[in-house]
Design a protein around this ligand. Structure first.
Ligand code: ADP
Length: 476
Protein backbone atom coordinates (compact mmCIF):
# COMPACT_ATOMS: atom_id res chain seq x y z
CA UNK A 1 0.00 0.00 0.00
CA UNK A 2 1.59 3.33 -1.09
CA UNK A 3 0.69 5.19 2.14
CA UNK A 4 2.17 2.55 4.44
CA UNK A 5 5.16 3.62 6.58
CA UNK A 6 7.41 0.70 5.52
CA UNK A 7 6.62 1.32 1.93
CA UNK A 8 7.47 5.03 2.18
CA UNK A 9 10.75 4.52 4.04
CA UNK A 10 11.58 1.38 2.06
CA UNK A 11 11.35 3.10 -1.31
CA UNK A 12 13.48 6.00 0.03
CA UNK A 13 16.13 3.52 1.18
CA UNK A 14 15.96 1.65 -2.13
CA UNK A 15 16.46 4.88 -4.06
CA UNK A 16 19.46 5.66 -1.82
CA UNK A 17 20.86 2.17 -2.51
CA UNK A 18 20.50 2.79 -6.25
CA UNK A 19 22.35 6.07 -6.04
CA UNK A 20 25.01 4.38 -3.92
CA UNK A 21 25.65 1.95 -6.77
CA UNK A 22 25.69 4.81 -9.24
CA UNK A 23 28.19 6.67 -7.07
CA UNK A 24 30.34 3.53 -6.85
CA UNK A 25 30.24 3.13 -10.64
CA UNK A 26 31.20 6.74 -11.20
CA UNK A 27 33.77 6.76 -8.40
CA UNK A 28 36.89 6.88 -10.52
CA UNK A 29 35.61 9.92 -12.48
CA UNK A 30 34.55 11.82 -9.43
CA UNK A 31 37.86 11.31 -7.60
CA UNK A 32 37.58 12.98 -4.22
CA UNK A 33 34.63 15.28 -5.07
CA UNK A 34 31.34 14.96 -3.14
CA UNK A 35 29.13 15.69 -6.16
CA UNK A 36 25.94 15.78 -4.07
CA UNK A 37 23.89 16.85 -7.12
CA UNK A 38 23.39 13.18 -7.98
CA UNK A 39 21.63 12.67 -4.63
CA UNK A 40 19.07 15.41 -5.25
CA UNK A 41 16.72 13.21 -7.36
CA UNK A 42 16.76 10.61 -4.56
CA UNK A 43 15.71 13.16 -1.93
CA UNK A 44 13.15 14.69 -4.29
CA UNK A 45 11.66 11.28 -4.94
CA UNK A 46 11.59 10.39 -1.22
CA UNK A 47 10.05 13.79 -0.34
CA UNK A 48 7.29 13.76 -2.93
CA UNK A 49 6.43 10.10 -2.57
CA UNK A 50 6.80 9.77 1.21
CA UNK A 51 7.08 13.21 2.79
CA UNK A 52 9.41 14.62 5.47
CA UNK A 53 10.50 11.41 7.22
CA UNK A 54 11.61 9.47 4.12
CA UNK A 55 13.27 12.67 2.77
CA UNK A 56 15.31 12.95 5.99
CA UNK A 57 16.23 9.26 5.80
CA UNK A 58 17.31 9.66 2.16
CA UNK A 59 19.39 12.74 3.08
CA UNK A 60 21.13 10.88 5.91
CA UNK A 61 21.77 7.83 3.73
CA UNK A 62 23.20 10.02 0.96
CA UNK A 63 25.43 11.80 3.50
CA UNK A 64 26.54 8.34 4.69
CA UNK A 65 27.35 7.33 1.08
CA UNK A 66 29.46 10.49 0.71
CA UNK A 67 31.25 9.78 3.97
CA UNK A 68 31.86 6.21 2.90
CA UNK A 69 33.23 7.07 -0.54
CA UNK A 70 35.31 10.09 0.46
CA UNK A 71 36.44 9.25 3.97
CA UNK A 72 38.39 12.14 5.59
CA UNK A 73 38.45 14.13 2.32
CA UNK A 74 34.88 15.05 3.09
CA UNK A 75 35.84 17.21 6.06
CA UNK A 76 39.30 18.35 5.05
CA UNK A 77 38.32 19.78 1.65
CA UNK A 78 36.41 23.08 2.18
CA UNK A 79 34.65 22.78 -1.24
CA UNK A 80 33.31 19.38 -0.24
CA UNK A 81 32.29 20.77 3.15
CA UNK A 82 30.27 23.56 1.49
CA UNK A 83 28.68 21.10 -0.93
CA UNK A 84 27.74 18.67 1.80
CA UNK A 85 26.41 21.45 4.09
CA UNK A 86 24.19 22.81 1.28
CA UNK A 87 22.88 19.31 0.60
CA UNK A 88 22.23 18.73 4.31
CA UNK A 89 20.04 21.85 4.37
CA UNK A 90 18.36 21.15 1.00
CA UNK A 91 17.28 17.61 1.98
CA UNK A 92 15.00 18.53 4.92
CA UNK A 93 13.70 21.57 2.99
CA UNK A 94 12.62 19.34 0.13
CA UNK A 95 11.07 17.06 2.74
CA UNK A 96 8.93 19.89 4.11
CA UNK A 97 7.85 20.96 0.65
CA UNK A 98 7.00 17.36 -0.21
CA UNK A 99 4.97 17.02 2.97
CA UNK A 100 2.96 20.08 2.15
CA UNK A 101 2.31 18.96 -1.40
CA UNK A 102 1.26 15.55 -0.20
CA UNK A 103 -1.12 17.08 2.34
CA UNK A 104 -2.65 19.39 -0.22
CA UNK A 105 -3.08 16.69 -2.78
CA UNK A 106 -4.68 14.49 -0.12
CA UNK A 107 -7.03 17.33 0.83
CA UNK A 108 -7.85 17.92 -2.83
CA UNK A 109 -8.48 14.20 -3.18
CA UNK A 110 -10.73 14.22 -0.12
CA UNK A 111 -12.63 17.23 -1.44
CA UNK A 112 -13.03 15.57 -4.79
CA UNK A 113 -14.25 12.36 -3.13
CA UNK A 114 -16.63 14.34 -0.96
CA UNK A 115 -17.99 16.19 -3.97
CA UNK A 116 -18.30 12.94 -5.87
CA UNK A 117 -20.20 11.36 -2.99
CA UNK A 118 -22.61 14.29 -3.04
CA UNK A 119 -22.94 14.03 -6.80
CA UNK A 120 -23.62 10.32 -6.50
CA UNK A 121 -26.26 10.60 -3.83
CA UNK A 122 -28.23 13.82 -4.39
CA UNK A 123 -31.73 12.78 -5.40
CA UNK A 124 -31.72 15.50 -8.04
CA UNK A 125 -29.70 14.92 -11.15
CA UNK A 126 -26.81 17.40 -11.44
CA UNK A 127 -25.31 18.52 -14.69
CA UNK A 128 -22.51 21.04 -14.96
CA UNK A 129 -22.00 22.85 -18.26
CA UNK A 130 -19.55 25.54 -19.33
CA UNK A 131 -20.41 28.81 -21.06
CA UNK A 132 -20.51 27.12 -24.44
CA UNK A 133 -23.12 24.64 -23.23
CA UNK A 134 -20.67 21.74 -23.15
CA UNK A 135 -21.37 19.20 -20.43
CA UNK A 136 -18.49 18.98 -17.93
CA UNK A 137 -19.94 16.71 -15.30
CA UNK A 138 -22.89 14.36 -15.11
CA UNK A 139 -24.07 12.90 -11.79
CA UNK A 140 -25.10 9.31 -11.14
CA UNK A 141 -28.76 10.33 -10.85
CA UNK A 142 -28.49 12.18 -14.15
CA UNK A 143 -27.16 8.96 -15.64
CA UNK A 144 -30.19 7.05 -14.43
CA UNK A 145 -32.60 9.77 -15.45
CA UNK A 146 -31.36 10.46 -18.97
CA UNK A 147 -29.92 7.04 -19.77
CA UNK A 148 -26.53 8.41 -20.81
CA UNK A 149 -23.28 7.38 -19.15
CA UNK A 150 -20.81 10.18 -18.37
CA UNK A 151 -18.40 8.79 -21.01
CA UNK A 152 -21.05 9.19 -23.67
CA UNK A 153 -22.34 12.61 -22.74
CA UNK A 154 -19.53 14.59 -21.07
CA UNK A 155 -18.05 16.86 -23.74
CA UNK A 156 -21.29 17.00 -25.73
CA UNK A 157 -23.63 19.96 -25.86
CA UNK A 158 -26.30 20.02 -23.14
CA UNK A 159 -28.95 20.52 -25.79
CA UNK A 160 -28.71 16.75 -26.46
CA UNK A 161 -30.78 16.37 -23.30
CA UNK A 162 -33.66 18.43 -24.66
CA UNK A 163 -36.21 17.69 -27.32
CA UNK A 164 -36.81 19.97 -30.28
CA UNK A 165 -37.53 22.91 -30.50
CA UNK A 166 -35.55 23.65 -27.32
CA UNK A 167 -32.55 21.77 -28.65
CA UNK A 168 -32.11 24.23 -31.48
CA UNK A 169 -32.73 27.25 -29.31
CA UNK A 170 -30.51 26.51 -26.36
CA UNK A 171 -27.24 27.78 -27.82
CA UNK A 172 -28.87 31.03 -28.83
CA UNK A 173 -30.43 31.34 -25.41
CA UNK A 174 -27.09 30.80 -23.69
CA UNK A 175 -25.43 33.31 -25.99
CA UNK A 176 -28.11 35.89 -25.28
CA UNK A 177 -27.68 35.37 -21.57
CA UNK A 178 -23.90 35.81 -21.78
CA UNK A 179 -24.17 39.02 -23.81
CA UNK A 180 -27.25 40.65 -22.29
CA UNK A 181 -27.56 38.99 -18.88
CA UNK A 182 -31.22 38.30 -19.62
CA UNK A 183 -32.29 35.44 -17.39
CA UNK A 184 -34.87 32.95 -18.41
CA UNK A 185 -34.09 30.06 -16.16
CA UNK A 186 -31.06 30.85 -14.01
CA UNK A 187 -31.94 31.08 -10.36
CA UNK A 188 -35.54 30.18 -11.09
CA UNK A 189 -37.08 26.73 -10.98
CA UNK A 190 -38.91 25.86 -14.16
CA UNK A 191 -40.89 22.94 -15.47
CA UNK A 192 -39.45 21.86 -18.78
CA UNK A 193 -39.26 18.78 -20.94
CA UNK A 194 -36.20 16.52 -21.01
CA UNK A 195 -35.24 13.86 -23.52
CA UNK A 196 -33.73 10.50 -22.60
CA UNK A 197 -31.13 8.67 -24.65
CA UNK A 198 -33.87 6.52 -26.21
CA UNK A 199 -35.65 9.63 -27.47
CA UNK A 200 -38.55 9.46 -24.98
CA UNK A 201 -39.41 12.69 -23.18
CA UNK A 202 -40.41 13.41 -19.60
CA UNK A 203 -41.48 16.42 -17.55
CA UNK A 204 -38.77 17.74 -15.26
CA UNK A 205 -38.20 20.58 -12.86
CA UNK A 206 -35.01 22.46 -13.59
CA UNK A 207 -33.13 24.96 -11.42
CA UNK A 208 -29.85 26.43 -12.63
CA UNK A 209 -27.04 27.98 -10.60
CA UNK A 210 -24.11 29.95 -11.97
CA UNK A 211 -20.48 29.85 -10.77
CA UNK A 212 -17.16 31.37 -11.84
CA UNK A 213 -13.86 29.62 -11.36
CA UNK A 214 -10.48 30.76 -12.72
CA UNK A 215 -12.11 33.13 -15.20
CA UNK A 216 -14.42 30.47 -16.54
CA UNK A 217 -18.18 30.44 -16.13
CA UNK A 218 -20.07 27.29 -15.23
CA UNK A 219 -23.76 26.54 -14.93
CA UNK A 220 -25.03 23.77 -12.71
CA UNK A 221 -28.44 22.37 -13.48
CA UNK A 222 -30.45 20.49 -10.86
CA UNK A 223 -33.04 18.28 -12.49
CA UNK A 224 -35.94 16.59 -10.78
CA UNK A 225 -38.03 14.03 -12.59
CA UNK A 226 -41.69 14.91 -12.33
CA UNK A 227 -43.01 11.67 -13.82
CA UNK A 228 -42.96 9.99 -10.45
CA UNK A 229 -44.58 12.97 -8.79
CA UNK A 230 -47.25 13.12 -11.47
CA UNK A 231 -47.95 9.44 -10.92
CA UNK A 232 -48.34 10.09 -7.20
CA UNK A 233 -50.66 13.01 -7.88
CA UNK A 234 -52.72 10.80 -10.15
CA UNK A 235 -52.98 8.16 -7.44
CA UNK A 236 -54.10 10.82 -4.99
CA UNK A 237 -56.68 12.06 -7.47
CA UNK A 238 -58.07 8.58 -7.93
CA UNK A 239 -58.36 8.29 -4.21
CA UNK A 240 -60.10 11.65 -3.90
CA UNK A 241 -62.46 10.80 -6.69
CA UNK A 242 -63.39 7.58 -4.93
CA UNK A 243 -64.04 9.64 -1.84
CA UNK A 244 -66.20 12.19 -3.64
CA UNK A 245 -68.07 9.40 -5.33
CA UNK A 246 -68.64 7.53 -2.11
CA UNK A 247 -69.76 10.61 -0.21
CA UNK A 248 -72.10 11.56 -3.03
CA UNK A 249 -73.58 8.09 -3.08
CA UNK A 250 -73.94 8.01 0.68
CA UNK A 251 -75.67 11.38 0.75
CA UNK A 252 -77.98 10.36 -2.06
CA UNK A 253 -78.59 6.97 -0.50
CA UNK A 254 -79.46 8.49 2.86
CA UNK A 255 -81.78 10.95 1.26
CA UNK A 256 -83.45 8.26 -0.83
CA UNK A 257 -84.02 6.01 2.16
CA UNK A 258 -85.47 8.83 4.25
CA UNK A 259 -87.73 9.83 1.36
CA UNK A 260 -88.82 6.22 1.00
CA UNK A 261 -89.56 5.95 4.71
CA UNK A 262 -91.49 9.21 4.98
CA UNK A 263 -93.44 8.63 1.81
CA UNK A 264 -94.38 5.11 2.72
CA UNK A 265 -96.92 6.30 5.27
CA UNK A 266 -99.11 8.44 3.00
CA UNK A 267 -98.77 5.85 0.24
CA UNK A 268 -100.06 3.02 2.42
CA UNK A 269 -102.82 5.32 3.70
CA UNK A 270 -103.79 6.07 0.10
CA UNK A 271 -103.83 2.35 -0.69
CA UNK A 272 -106.06 1.67 2.32
CA UNK A 273 -108.55 4.42 1.40
CA UNK A 274 -108.65 3.18 -2.18
CA UNK A 275 -109.24 -0.40 -1.05
CA UNK A 276 -111.97 0.87 1.27
CA UNK A 277 -113.62 2.82 -1.52
CA UNK A 278 -113.45 -0.21 -3.80
CA UNK A 279 -115.10 -2.41 -1.17
CA UNK A 280 -117.81 0.18 -0.62
CA UNK A 281 -118.47 0.41 -4.33
CA UNK A 282 -118.65 -3.39 -4.67
CA UNK A 283 -121.90 -3.42 -2.70
CA UNK A 284 -125.11 -3.25 -4.75
CA UNK A 285 -126.15 0.03 -3.23
CA UNK A 286 -123.45 2.18 -1.74
CA UNK A 287 -123.20 5.41 0.12
CA UNK A 288 -121.59 7.91 -2.28
CA UNK A 289 -120.72 10.30 0.55
CA UNK A 290 -118.59 7.65 2.22
CA UNK A 291 -116.81 6.86 -1.03
CA UNK A 292 -116.24 10.58 -1.67
CA UNK A 293 -114.90 10.93 1.85
CA UNK A 294 -112.44 8.06 1.28
CA UNK A 295 -111.30 9.56 -1.98
CA UNK A 296 -110.91 12.99 -0.32
CA UNK A 297 -108.74 11.47 2.37
CA UNK A 298 -106.68 9.65 -0.23
CA UNK A 299 -106.20 12.94 -2.10
CA UNK A 300 -105.01 14.66 1.12
CA UNK A 301 -102.51 11.89 1.72
CA UNK A 302 -101.20 12.35 -1.83
CA UNK A 303 -100.71 16.06 -1.12
CA UNK A 304 -98.96 15.13 2.11
CA UNK A 305 -96.60 12.93 0.12
CA UNK A 306 -95.89 15.86 -2.19
CA UNK A 307 -95.27 18.06 0.86
CA UNK A 308 -92.74 15.60 2.22
CA UNK A 309 -90.76 15.71 -1.00
CA UNK A 310 -90.93 19.50 -1.01
CA UNK A 311 -89.75 19.67 2.61
CA UNK A 312 -86.90 17.29 1.90
CA UNK A 313 -85.78 19.31 -1.07
CA UNK A 314 -85.91 22.47 0.97
CA UNK A 315 -83.94 20.73 3.65
CA UNK A 316 -81.28 19.74 1.14
CA UNK A 317 -81.11 23.25 -0.20
CA UNK A 318 -81.46 25.24 3.00
CA UNK A 319 -80.13 22.68 5.44
CA UNK A 320 -77.48 24.67 7.24
CA UNK A 321 -76.91 27.54 4.94
CA UNK A 322 -74.08 29.89 5.60
CA UNK A 323 -74.34 32.79 3.29
CA UNK A 324 -71.38 35.02 2.65
CA UNK A 325 -70.24 37.35 -0.12
CA UNK A 326 -68.22 35.41 -2.66
CA UNK A 327 -66.35 36.20 -5.83
CA UNK A 328 -68.21 34.23 -8.53
CA UNK A 329 -65.07 33.65 -10.61
CA UNK A 330 -63.01 32.12 -7.79
CA UNK A 331 -65.99 30.14 -6.58
CA UNK A 332 -66.48 28.68 -10.07
CA UNK A 333 -62.79 27.95 -10.64
CA UNK A 334 -62.51 26.14 -7.32
CA UNK A 335 -65.58 24.05 -7.99
CA UNK A 336 -64.40 23.14 -11.49
CA UNK A 337 -61.00 22.14 -10.13
CA UNK A 338 -62.75 19.96 -7.54
CA UNK A 339 -65.00 18.40 -10.15
CA UNK A 340 -62.06 17.65 -12.43
CA UNK A 341 -60.11 16.17 -9.53
CA UNK A 342 -62.77 13.57 -9.13
CA UNK A 343 -63.22 12.99 -12.85
CA UNK A 344 -61.44 9.87 -13.97
CA UNK A 345 -62.20 10.61 -17.59
CA UNK A 346 -59.13 11.79 -19.37
CA UNK A 347 -58.98 13.77 -22.51
CA UNK A 348 -61.56 16.39 -21.59
CA UNK A 349 -60.37 19.80 -22.70
CA UNK A 350 -61.44 22.45 -20.24
CA UNK A 351 -61.69 26.12 -21.09
CA UNK A 352 -62.55 28.63 -18.39
CA UNK A 353 -63.38 32.12 -19.52
CA UNK A 354 -65.07 34.60 -17.27
CA UNK A 355 -65.78 38.31 -17.30
CA UNK A 356 -63.45 40.43 -15.28
CA UNK A 357 -64.57 42.52 -12.32
CA UNK A 358 -67.74 40.64 -11.56
CA UNK A 359 -69.42 41.91 -8.38
CA UNK A 360 -69.82 39.60 -5.39
CA UNK A 361 -72.74 37.28 -4.88
CA UNK A 362 -74.06 36.44 -1.42
CA UNK A 363 -74.40 32.68 -1.38
CA UNK A 364 -73.82 29.49 0.48
CA UNK A 365 -70.55 28.76 -1.22
CA UNK A 366 -70.68 25.01 -0.69
CA UNK A 367 -74.15 24.76 -2.16
CA UNK A 368 -73.37 26.78 -5.29
CA UNK A 369 -70.18 24.78 -5.72
CA UNK A 370 -72.26 21.65 -5.38
CA UNK A 371 -74.40 22.88 -8.27
CA UNK A 372 -71.33 23.54 -10.42
CA UNK A 373 -69.83 20.19 -9.40
CA UNK A 374 -73.03 18.40 -10.40
CA UNK A 375 -73.29 20.15 -13.74
CA UNK A 376 -69.61 19.56 -14.55
CA UNK A 377 -69.89 15.88 -13.56
CA UNK A 378 -73.00 15.46 -15.71
CA UNK A 379 -71.23 17.19 -18.60
CA UNK A 380 -68.16 14.94 -18.31
CA UNK A 381 -70.33 11.85 -18.01
CA UNK A 382 -72.35 12.96 -21.03
CA UNK A 383 -69.19 13.36 -23.13
CA UNK A 384 -67.77 9.96 -22.18
CA UNK A 385 -68.49 8.49 -25.60
CA UNK A 386 -68.16 11.68 -27.68
CA UNK A 387 -65.28 12.16 -30.04
CA UNK A 388 -65.01 15.83 -29.14
CA UNK A 389 -64.82 16.43 -25.42
CA UNK A 390 -64.77 20.12 -24.69
CA UNK A 391 -65.99 21.58 -21.46
CA UNK A 392 -66.45 25.32 -21.48
CA UNK A 393 -67.26 27.05 -18.22
CA UNK A 394 -67.43 30.67 -17.18
CA UNK A 395 -69.28 33.42 -15.34
CA UNK A 396 -70.52 36.49 -17.10
CA UNK A 397 -72.06 39.66 -15.82
CA UNK A 398 -75.66 40.41 -16.79
CA UNK A 399 -78.36 42.71 -15.52
CA UNK A 400 -78.21 42.35 -11.76
CA UNK A 401 -77.02 38.75 -11.83
CA UNK A 402 -74.04 36.55 -12.49
CA UNK A 403 -74.67 33.96 -15.20
CA UNK A 404 -72.79 30.69 -14.73
CA UNK A 405 -72.38 28.62 -17.87
CA UNK A 406 -71.33 24.98 -18.14
CA UNK A 407 -71.28 23.81 -21.76
CA UNK A 408 -70.39 20.39 -23.10
CA UNK A 409 -70.08 18.70 -26.47
CA UNK A 410 -72.01 15.58 -25.47
CA UNK A 411 -75.10 14.12 -27.15
CA UNK A 412 -77.49 16.76 -25.77
CA UNK A 413 -80.51 16.21 -23.52
CA UNK A 414 -82.56 13.18 -24.49
CA UNK A 415 -86.02 14.15 -25.87
CA UNK A 416 -87.67 11.64 -23.57
CA UNK A 417 -86.84 13.65 -20.46
CA UNK A 418 -86.32 17.17 -21.83
CA UNK A 419 -89.54 18.58 -20.38
CA UNK A 420 -89.08 16.87 -16.98
CA UNK A 421 -85.34 17.46 -16.73
CA UNK A 422 -85.36 19.20 -13.36
CA UNK A 423 -87.90 16.94 -11.73
CA UNK A 424 -86.66 14.49 -9.11
CA UNK A 425 -85.97 10.88 -10.08
CA UNK A 426 -85.74 11.63 -13.78
CA UNK A 427 -82.73 9.87 -15.19
CA UNK A 428 -81.54 8.07 -18.31
CA UNK A 429 -78.61 6.46 -16.53
CA UNK A 430 -78.60 2.85 -15.46
CA UNK A 431 -77.36 3.69 -12.00
CA UNK A 432 -78.55 7.30 -11.95
CA UNK A 433 -80.69 8.59 -9.11
CA UNK A 434 -82.03 11.50 -11.10
CA UNK A 435 -81.89 13.84 -8.14
CA UNK A 436 -78.83 15.93 -9.14
CA UNK A 437 -80.59 18.43 -11.35
CA UNK A 438 -83.62 18.74 -9.07
CA UNK A 439 -81.32 19.58 -6.16
CA UNK A 440 -79.46 22.06 -8.39
CA UNK A 441 -82.70 23.78 -9.23
CA UNK A 442 -83.79 23.94 -5.60
CA UNK A 443 -80.45 25.43 -4.58
CA UNK A 444 -80.46 27.99 -7.39
CA UNK A 445 -84.09 28.95 -6.70
CA UNK A 446 -83.41 29.34 -2.98
CA UNK A 447 -80.70 31.83 -3.95
CA UNK A 448 -83.20 33.78 -6.03
CA UNK A 449 -81.87 32.57 -9.38
CA UNK A 450 -82.90 30.40 -12.31
CA UNK A 451 -81.49 27.39 -14.06
CA UNK A 452 -82.07 26.16 -17.58
CA UNK A 453 -80.63 23.79 -20.15
CA UNK A 454 -80.18 24.89 -23.76
CA UNK A 455 -78.87 23.07 -26.78
CA UNK A 456 -75.23 23.88 -27.55
CA UNK A 457 -75.08 25.34 -31.10
CA UNK A 458 -72.15 23.08 -32.02
CA UNK A 459 -73.76 19.99 -30.44
CA UNK A 460 -74.12 19.19 -26.76
CA UNK A 461 -75.79 20.97 -23.89
CA UNK A 462 -75.37 24.31 -22.19
CA UNK A 463 -76.50 24.58 -18.60
CA UNK A 464 -76.93 28.12 -17.35
CA UNK A 465 -77.91 29.37 -13.95
CA UNK A 466 -78.14 32.86 -12.55
CA UNK A 467 -77.38 34.19 -9.09
CA UNK A 468 -78.39 37.77 -8.33
CA UNK A 469 -75.60 40.12 -7.25
CA UNK A 470 -75.36 41.17 -3.64
CA UNK A 471 -77.11 44.35 -2.64
CA UNK A 472 -74.62 47.16 -2.13
CA UNK A 473 -74.98 46.98 1.65
CA UNK A 474 -74.31 43.26 1.84
CA UNK A 475 -70.85 43.30 0.35
CA UNK A 476 -67.98 42.43 2.58
P1 ADP B 1 -78.36 11.57 -12.76
O1 ADP B 1 -77.07 12.17 -13.17
O2 ADP B 1 -78.27 10.77 -11.51
O3 ADP B 1 -79.09 10.85 -13.84
P2 ADP B 1 -79.36 14.27 -12.81
O4 ADP B 1 -80.56 14.90 -12.20
O5 ADP B 1 -78.06 14.94 -12.53
O6 ADP B 1 -79.31 12.78 -12.33
O7 ADP B 1 -79.55 14.19 -14.38
C1 ADP B 1 -80.77 13.75 -14.93
C2 ADP B 1 -80.63 13.38 -16.37
O8 ADP B 1 -80.42 14.55 -17.16
C3 ADP B 1 -79.48 12.48 -16.69
O9 ADP B 1 -79.80 11.13 -16.49
C4 ADP B 1 -79.22 12.79 -18.16
O10 ADP B 1 -80.04 12.03 -19.01
C5 ADP B 1 -79.65 14.23 -18.29
N1 ADP B 1 -78.46 15.14 -18.32
C6 ADP B 1 -77.99 15.85 -17.30
N2 ADP B 1 -76.93 16.60 -17.71
C7 ADP B 1 -76.75 16.32 -19.01
C8 ADP B 1 -75.80 16.77 -20.01
N3 ADP B 1 -74.83 17.64 -19.71
N4 ADP B 1 -75.94 16.30 -21.27
C9 ADP B 1 -76.95 15.41 -21.57
N5 ADP B 1 -77.83 14.96 -20.67
C10 ADP B 1 -77.76 15.40 -19.42
Amino acid sequence: MPGHIWYRYGTAAAAAALVFMLRAALDRYLEDRTFTIIYVPVVLFAAFAGGRGPALLATLLCLGISAKSLGWDLVTDPANMIDIACFAILGPMLGFIGDRLLRESKQAGDRQAHLQSILDTVPDAMIVIDDRGVIRSFSATAERLFGWSPDQIVGKNVSSLMPQPYRGEHDRYLERYLTTGERRIIGIGRIVVGERSDGSTFPMELAVGEARARGERFFTGFVRDLTERRAQERRLQDLQSELVHVSRLTAMGEMASSIAHEINQPLSAITNYMRGAKTLMAAETFDTTRVRDALDRAGKQALRAGDIIKRLREFVAKGETQQSPENPVTLLEEAVALALLGAKEQGVRVAISSDRDIPSIVVDKIQIQQVVLNLVRNAIEAMASSARRELTVGVTKADGAAIFTIADTGPGISDAIADRLFQPFVTTKEHGMGVGLSICRTIVKSHGGNIEALPNPGGGTVFQFTIPFAEAGEEA
